[in-house]
Design a protein around this ligand. Structure first.
Ligand code: 5GP
Ligand code: MG
Length: 192
């Protein structure tokens, strides 16, 4: 596949925004921050938002040394021209063993914040010992001020991105870097 530098157009509608090396360095720093804040010896439960967080999850967990469990939740947000999204959490969060646990909610990208707000509410209702949120990418968009993840990999502009787990119409998830998808390639009304 070859390597692509940051900002380099690929000739297929993709422009590399965050390269492999930068992602790896930030994932290592995020893992170190998560470990630093975590009570020693206690188990951590990571709740990862599918499918977008799957590559991020795989890379992050391999850098964490504490006892760890992984839970997956499938969430989908439907949105039209307006930014407000309707979030559907497709799995029963209440059924997850989160009561009294230290929980880290993980997603690849924070956009409007609707997904993480909905999930945080459901996880909080399970009575976790603690609840923190980690995203690799945070878009520069207006959002409710209380949507503030404890861990953020990097800030990116308000563009539609693919790769490193993120898709467009289920393509591009396997790309090892994060790339912006050209505006022209995105239909007006779409399901993410
Ligand atoms: P939010 O609920 O914060 O508006 O959006 C978060 C969810 O929308 C993510 O979990 C992801 O599935 C999807 N999403 C938001 N922005 C992007 C993007 O630029 N690219 C892709 N592929 N998905 C996105
Ligand atoms: Mg999607």
């Amino acid at each position: 596949m070859g390597t692509h530098g940051e900002g380099e157009p690929r000739g297929d509608g993709l422009t590399v925004l965050v390269g492999e090396t930068e992602i790896a360095a930030r994932v290592a720093e995020l893992a170190a921050a998560v470990e630093r804040d975590h009570p020693p010896g206690e188990p951590l439960v990571i709740v990862a938002v599918m499918k977008g967080a799957l590559v991020f999850l795989a890379d992050l967990v391999r850098r964490l040394a504490m006892p760890l469990r992984i839970e997956l939740v499938n969430a989908r947000s439907y949105r039209g021209a307006r930014r407000e999204a309707t979030v559907h959490i497709l799995d029963e969060v209440a059924a997850l063993p989160l009561s009294g646990r230290h929980v880290l909610l993980l997603d690849c990208v924070l956009d409007s914040g609707s997904t993480l707000t909905a999930l945080r509410r459901e996880i909080a209702a399970c009575g976790p010992a603690s609840l923190r949120t980690c995203v690799l990418l945070r878009k520069a968009v207006p959002r409710e001020p209380d949507v503030q993840p404890e861990y953020v990999g990097m800030d990116i502009p308000d563009v539609f991105v693919v790769g490193y787990g993120l898709d467009h119409a289920n393509r591009w998830r396997h790309l090892p870097y994060v790339a912006a998808l050209g505006q022209d390639a995105i239909p007006e009304e779409q399901e993410r």
